[in-house]
Design a protein around this ligand. Structure first.
Ligand code: BG6
Length: 486
């Protein structure tokens, strides 16, 4: 059985930075399906050899992956077709070429899997999908046909519905793989293992023991040269609708009956269904927005832009497990450091025997998604020889101490899963639409008089100061440690 990855928009950054390095590494590890072929399609007029040379150079330079003696072997299965997404004839030529390769390929005449990867400008997704349909490329008479769609999946609820409609007019939902690269991160998958393969966390993972949860995705980088895209997207579309809500779902979901794509995604969807819709004054009370100082001077950013580069949200989940436990989500560019962390803040003991007049911190479980991937459990211990004085101490687990080898990048895992037909780590259509259903009203409120002020924050801090005050008013504090594991 052979497998072909067809990358549309192949001359873009994603292909050389992420997709080809991931495929090359999988090839080196002998994890790709037998007779795997990679076909790049885009407008730049390369021939096979020119494209291979360009990729070899990019893989070394951009992805930091040294190209070894085996590159030539790998590259022999990498092809290029000059291709215009809007021209139906090009799809016909692609179809004929794929048929020919597959016939001559392993000579087995066995059905062949094709993974179409949309890495074009999102404005071309609908055209590409419709043309794949017209050229019969979605038909599964001679093997599986899957489509991988990069983010952003729409820019709001309506556009994501429209895109889903077009996708579903050509592909069955089970053929569709919507990428969120956060789900390809080992530490995000480990969250499922932590919760559902251990018996000591689940009993306390609920409103009886948890005071609140913090999900922080802080980035030290600014928007760089992505001003054109970023100014239209802003932090809610760029990070919350996808990555932060994915982290929320995995933290809050119930255990599925089996680890199977539909069952896992059913449980995730239930979390989004339970998120309490914000109305009226909620938007000003439960959302915060900021912009880093210097954003207006970035390339391609209008000098009066109101785009938020930082946001914090307080979400409530109306179900039995989480009633009354706020989930605080925040993310921003130009922050103190790069850290993605999830903090489960437990309640204080109901009655304090020791030093009762003093303030004591309660237990915390910190899941460090990146960098310094690991977990820290914080608990009180008795300071030796100091009566009953206590101090917060911790138990640390770090992936790099426990396991050798560098963790795979997200795309390695996700490309393999798409080839194998496992959609557990991909977003389903209802999941994406529900996520937009949470983000859209906030975006709308931010355009209206109900908008919270856009606070300007100095770069290299934890966002606007008002964000700390906001949480303090609720009797809580952000866990601003960067990163928690050393
Ligand atoms: C992308 C966003 O989806 O995720 C970027 O468009 C962001 O703005 C990136 O920088 C963050 O990903 P990671 O894996 O570096 O946390």
């Amino acid at each position: 059985m052979s497998c072909t990855f067809v990358i549309f928009g192949a001359s873009g950054d994603l292909t050389r930075r992420k997709l080809i390095p991931a495929l090359y590494r999988l090839y080196q590890q002998k994890r790709l399906p037998e007779n795997t072929r990679v076909v790049g399609c885009s407008r730049t007029p390369y021939d096979d050899q020119a494209w291979r040379d360009y990729l070899a150079e990019s893989v070394e330079k951009l992805a930091g992956t040294p190209v070894g003696d085996d590159w030539a072997d790998f590259a022999a299965s990498v092809h290029y077709l000059p291709f215009d997404i809007k021209t139906i004839d090009d799809y016909q030529k692609l179809s004929d070429q794929l048929d020919e390769w597959e016939r001559s390929g392993d000579g087995s005449g066995q059905p062949s899997t094709r993974v179409y990867y949309l890495s074009t400008s999102p404005t071309l997704y609908k055209t590409a999908v419709a043309n794949l349909g017209k050229a019969g490329l979605a038909e599964e008479a001679n093997g599986q046909r899957r489509i991988v769609i990069e983010k952003p999946f729409g820019t709001d609820l309506q556009s994501s519905r429209e895109l889903n409609d077009v996708v579903h007019s050509v592909f069955d939902e089970k053929q569709v793989y919507r990428i969120d690269h956060y789900l390809g991160k080992e530490t995000v998958q480990n969250l499922l293992v932590l919760r559902f393969a251990n018996s000591i966390f689940e009993p306390v993972w609920n409103r009886n023991y948890v005071d609140h949860v913090q999900i922080t995705v802080a980035e030290e980088v600014t928007i760089g040269r992505r001003g054109g895209y970023y100014d239209r997207a802003g932090v809610l579309r760029d990070m919350f609708q996808n990555h932060l809500l994915q982290l929320l779902m995995i933290t809050a979901m119930e255990a599925p009956a089996k680890y199977e794509a539909e069952l896992v995604r059913d449980e995730k969807v239930k979390v989004l269904q339970a998120v309490r819709p914000m109305i009226g004054a909620d938007f000003a009370q439960d959302t915060l927005r900021g912009q880093y100082d210097g954003y207006l001077q970035e390339e391609d950013v209008p000098s009066d832009s109101q785009t938020a580069t930082f946001a914090a949200l307080k979400l409530q989940i109306d179900n039995w497990r989480w009633q009354g436990v706020p989930f605080y989500l925040r993310s921003g560019k130009a922050m103190s450091c790069r850290t993605t962390q999830l903090v489960v803040q437990f309640r204080k003991p109901p009655h304090m025997l020791f030093n009762p007049g003093q303030q004591h911190e309660a237990n915390r479980l910190v899941i460090q998604i990146q960098p310094a991937e690991g977990i820290q459990l914080q608990f009180q211990t008795k300071v030796p020889d100091a009566e009953m004085r206590m101090r917060m101490t911790d138990l640390d687990f770090r992936f790099d101490r426990e396991y050798s080898g560098s963790p795979p990048n997200s795309y390695q895992r996700l490309l393999l899963d798409a080839a194998a037909g496992d959609a557990s780590l991909f977003a389903r259509s209802d999941e994406v639409e529900l996520a937009w259903g949470i983000i859209d009203p906030i975006l709308e409120a931010w355009e209206s008089p109900a908008a919270p002020p856009l606070d300007i924050y100095p770069a290299q801090q934890w966002g606007p100061l008002s964000c700390n005050e906001w949480l303090q008013r609720q009797g809580r504090e952000w866990f601003d440690v960067c990163p928690v594991l050393h």
